[in-house]
Design a protein around this ligand. Sequence first.
Ligand code: FAD
Length: 692
Amino acid sequence: AQIDTLDLVVLILLLVGSVAYFTKGTYWAVQKDPYAASYAAANGAKAGKTRNIIEKMDETGKNCVIFYGSQTGTAEDYASRLAKEGSQRFGLKTMVADLEEYDYDTLDKFPDDKIAFFILATYGEGEPTDNAVEFFQFFTGEDTAFESGATVEDKPLSSLKYVTFGLGNNTYEHYNAMVRKIDEAFTKLGAQRIGDAGEGDDGAGTMEEDFLAWKEPMWVALTQEMGLEERDAVYEPVFSVTEQEDLTPEDASVYLGEPNLNHLESGGKGPYSAHNPFIAPIAESRELFTVKDRNCLHMEIDVSGSGLHYQTGDHIAVWPTNAGIEVDRFLRVFGLEGKRETVIKIKGLDVTAKVPFPTPTTYDAAVRYYMEICSPVSRQFVNTLAAFAPDEKSKTELVRLGNDKDYFHEKISNQCFNIAQALESVTTTPFSTVPFSCLIEGINRVQPRYYSISSSSVVQKDKISITAVVESVRLPGATHVVKGVTTNYLLALKQKQHGDANPDPHGLTYSITGPRNKYDGIHVPVHVRHSNFKLPSDPSKPVIMIGPGTGVAPFRGFVQERAALATRGEKVGTTLLFFGCRNRNEDFLYQDEWKTYQEQLGDSFKLFTAFSREGPKKVYVQHQLRENASLVNDLLQQKANFYVCGDAAHMAREVNTVLGQIIAEQRGISSEKAEDIVKHMRSSGTYQEDVW
Ligand code: FAD
C-alpha cells in the first residue's frame, strides 16, 4: 500500500505523541532544561506530569515529601536542606515538591507509613506565596472537596502524618498566618502533626536560628513515630556535575547566563513572566540624591513592544547579575579560578532532584548569574563545608563555627560575610575539594528583586519607572560594607549609560553586557508582577499616602496619575502625601516634580514633609500625620483610601498605631473601638500597605 505525505505526517505525529505520553514528557521538559520545564508549566503545558503526589511517591520510591510554599527562595532552601538531612541522617527516601505542582484532593489517601512536610512562608498581609495560593484555598476555603467524596466530618486526613514550619515576619500583623491556618485546617481534618508547628521570624532576624532550634526536637519526634534510626551523616551529592571536555563556552548549547532555553535558542521571545524575563532597554537613568556618599536611582525601563503591561501600583522585578569582584572571590576560594570557563553539565542523581538552573553552563556563568553567592551564610552550611576544609586547623575552626551559635554570630553573621568571605576569614588556602554539587545545594539560586513601580500607566504605559536606593550597609561592629547585589548592579548600569569611564565606583566590576553581549546597550532582565495596591477607581475619592524614603515610589505614580487626570479636566479628590527623609538638601526625592504636580492639581494636593536630621528633634512621617489629625480624620470620614509604603519594620507599624490614636481622639471613642475601625479599613481594602 502506498503512504501519501498526509498519512506520513499523521503517523509521525501519532508516534511523537505516544512517546511523549509514555515518557511522561521527561525527555522534552524535565531533562532537557528545568527552566524550560517551569517556563512550560507557567504557560499551562505540563505534558504528562502527574499532579498526584501519592502516585509520584510510589513511582519514585519515596516515603517523605517536603512541600514548600516559597516566594524569595528561603522556604525552598529549607525544604531542600530538610530533604538532605532526612536522607543522610535518617535514611528517609525524600523528595522536595513545589506546592504548585500537585493537587490536594487525594491527600486523604496519603499512606500512614509516609510523611509529608509543609514548609510555608507567609507573604504580605498574611497571604500565601504565589505558588501556594491553590493549596491554601483548597484547605482553608469553603469547598474542601476530596476526590473520594469524604467530607470534613469524616476527618479525611486521619492517615496523614505531617511536619510543618512557617517562615514569617513579626512586624506584620498576620504573623506566620500560613503555617497557623494550615496547621489548624489539617488538625480539623484529622491529620496528625509530628513535632511542633515551627515558626521562624525574619522580623527579629532569627529565622535561621529558629529553624535550627525547631528541627532537632522535630527529628526526635519523627524518628520515634516512624521507627527511624539515626546514622552518621556523610555527605552525599544530590547532583552529578561533570566537566565537558568536548564543549567550549562558545558552543551554542552552553548557557552563559541566559535565563532559560527560550533565551538561549530564540533570543528571548515572549510571553514574559516570572519564569521568562524580558531583556528591557533602560531608556533613562539618573541620580536622585544630591550627596556623594549615598545613591538613589531613578530609572525608566522601556517595555514597549514586549507585551508586558502594568497598572499604577504594580511591581517590577529586576534579575540581577553578581558583582565580578564577588564572582572572582568565590571561584578563588573554591579553587575554581583556573576552570572558570570549563563547561559543566549538572544532573539530578535522583529523578525528583531538580537542577536549579540551566545546564550545561560554565563555572563562571553559574556563579555570576545563577547562584546567590552574596547572601548571608547559614551555620548549617558552614558545618557541611567543614568536612572539606583544606587543613586540620581550618577544619577545627569551621566545626566550632558550625556548632557554637554565639561564636558564629560574632565571627560571621555580625560581620555580614558572604560564604566566600567567611571561608577567607578562616584560611587563605582554597577549599578545592568541595564538590560543586554541595555548593549548588547550599546556595540559593539568584532571586529577582521587586520594586514598586514609580510611574503611572495612564501617563507612560510603555515606560516603567523605578526608584531604588543603592544598598551599602555597614552594620555596627562589622569591618566591611555589604553592597546590595541588585542595586549596585543598577548603579553600574546607570554609570555606564552616562558614559562614566569608571562604571564601578566601588570596584565591583560587573559584566554589564551580559551573556553573549545580549544586554549590550544598557539592558536589564525584568518581569512585572501585579499587585492589589491600587488607586480608587473613582478619582474624585480622596487619598492619604504615607511614603517616606523610597516608600514614596508608588505614590509618585499615584500623584502623576491624578495630576494627569486633573489636567484632562477630570474631578480629582484631595490628595495628601506624607514624605520623609533626612534632609531637604540631600535626599528629598522628586523635590522639583512635586511643584509641577502641585500646579496641575492645585489646592487639592498637599505634601507634608518630615526631615529627620534637620532640627534638634527627629521628625518622622508619623509625627506629621498626628499634626494633621483633624484633616486626616475628616478625609477618612469622606471615605478616603489610606496607603502606606516603605519600611515594614518600624514605620508601617507606627503609622498603624498613630492612625488608631487619631481616630480615637478625633471621634471621641475608645482606643479598642478605633483599632477595630483600622482593622476594618484593612480588611475592606481602604487601608493598603506596600511594605518591605
Ligand atoms: P541585597 O543583596 O538583596 O541585600 C539586601 C540587604 O540584605 C542588605 O542591605 C543587607 O542588609 C542584607 N545582606 C545582604 N547580604 C548580606 C550578608 N552577606 N550578610 C548579612 N546581611 C546581608 N527597594 C527600593 O529601593 N525601592 C522600591 O520601590 C522597592 N520596592 C519594593 C517592593 C516590594 C514588594 C519588595 C518586596 C521590596 C521592595 N524594595 C524596594 C526592596 C528591593 O526589592 C531590594 O530588597 C533592595 O533593593 C535590596 O536589593 P539588593 O539586591 O541591592 O540587596
